[in-house]
Design a protein around this ligand. Structure first.
Ligand SMILES: *Cc1c(COP(=O)(O)O)cnc(C)c1O
Length: 382
């Protein structure tokens, strides 16, 4: 633990590792038995902390970890010497030589990558494990589906590349199931051109969290790649995955630093964007955008104090945020303030918090800054 964990907390996130484990098990239980579980833990496990999250997911039965960068892979490798890791993002050429020293599987989307990775593997006299990525309509990484055979053949011709998986990624599984079905059809059509291949010997994967809503139970798919849902957040409102009943994993807190009375008509915070409409009691919170309360929540977001919703007044500043507590009888410095999470019967979910900021839960979780200690809750308590 770093030193600031021993100081009183001003703004912190709590990560419920028990909930994380239950979520993985529930997602698994909702899937056909043979489906392997690829746990997506990129971006410091969506801001939750890579080491603690990956250790718990491994304990819960994850089959493979997916990360975005070599440094994330290296951090994971240190934790789990034998754990299978897949790099999802393209590498820059200077990174090629490091693939083998970190013992990761990489994503291949082009003939250029086939020759680069073959050369790196040959130089090290070892094989590199690869997943062929097919672009079925995301327009990001992957070889365009109609051209997939060229890269497939090149991988098969390389003595030093070991094809262990084939995958695609959806652009719109949270809001366009029809297009997702089109992407699945394109993927299957590409796969069935690879006639000399025993698909069951490879990992064939496409579904992200939202993809699970329309998952194909038969067919070539034998793995899923899950990020958001394992952290207890549904990919969109009205998601069918509510049936999986994921528990919230992430909560976000700060505290009251100061309580004061101000007369009606006082302007609050930078730019005087809010003017008090009545004599008011305000609380100054010990967190701001430097911690991950987006400035977009100025005059818009709410927080929970003593189980009640209190609106943010004026601009959120770097280290302090002002809220209206006029209607709360007892508020004192030191009181806990919930930014995301449950307090008594009230709750602010990641999705509601993201809506205020006009963004998505994925970005909200990645936007809680380094200044905020993550506190890991286990079944034994804090
Ligand atoms: C981030 C990511 C995922 C996980 O997506 P969720 O919607 O968080 O489940 C899966 N696959 C790829 C390629 C990704 O980049």
């Amino acid at each position: 633990m770093s030193q600031h964990h021993q100081l009183p907390l001003r703004c912190w996130a709590e990560i419920d590792l028990g909930a994380l484990e239950r979520n993985l098990r529930r997602i698994r239980a909702s899937l056909p038995e043979h489906m392997r579980y690829v746990a997506v833990v990129k971006a410091d496990a969506y801001g939750h902390g890579l080491h603690q999250v990956a250790a718990r997911l491994m304990h819960a039965g994850a089959d493979l970890f997916a990360v975005a960068t070599l440094s994330e892979a290296a951090a994971l490798r240190e934790l789990g010497p034998g754990w299978p890791i897949l790099l999802l993002s393209p590498l820059v050429p200077e990174e090629d030589a490091l693939i083998l020293s970190h013992d990761v599987a990489v994503t291949v989307s082009s003939l250029d990558e086939v020759s680069r990775f073959s050369a790196a593997a040959a130089a090290a006299k070892k094989a590199i494990k690869v997943h062929l990525k097919i672009d079925t309509g995301m327009g990001r990484s992957g070889i365009w589906h109609e051209d997939a055979k060229t890269v497939f053949d090149a991988i098969r011709e390389s003595d030093s590349l070991d094809l262990v998986g084939i995958y695609t990624h959806y652009s719109s599984s949270d809001d366009d199931p029809e297009f997702t079905a089109t992407q699945r059809t394109r993927f299957r059509a590409a796969l069935y051109q690879f006639t000399d291949l025993d698909l069951s010997a490879l990992l064939i994967h496409a579904e992200n969290s939202a993809g699970l809503e329309t998952i194909e139970r038969a067919g070539p798919f034998n793995a899923v790649r899950i990020g958001l849902l394992q952290f207890g957040v549904l990919p969109h409102r009205g998601s069918l995955l509510a049936d999986v009943k994921p528990d919230p994993v992430f909560s976000f807190y700060t505290r009251v630093g100061l309580v004061k009375i101000l007369p009606a008509d006082t302007a609050i915070s930078y730019g005087k964007t809010h003017r008090l409409t009545r004599n008011s009691k305000v609380a100054v919170l010990t967190a701001g955008y430097g911690d991950g309360i987006p400035r977009a929540l100025s005059n818009k977001g709410e927080v929970l104090i003593a189980g009640r919703r209190c609106p943010i007044l004026g601009r959120v500043t770097m280290d302090q945020t002002i809220v209206d507590v006029t209607d709360l009888p007892n508020v004192s410095p030191g009181d806990r303030v919930t930014l995301i999470g449950r307090q008594e019967s009230a709750e602010i979910g990641v999705a509601e918090f993201s809506d205020w900021d006009n963004t998505i839960p994925w970005e909200t979780l990645c936007s809680v800054t380094k200044r905020v200690p993550r506190i890991y809750r286990t079944a034994l308590g804090l």
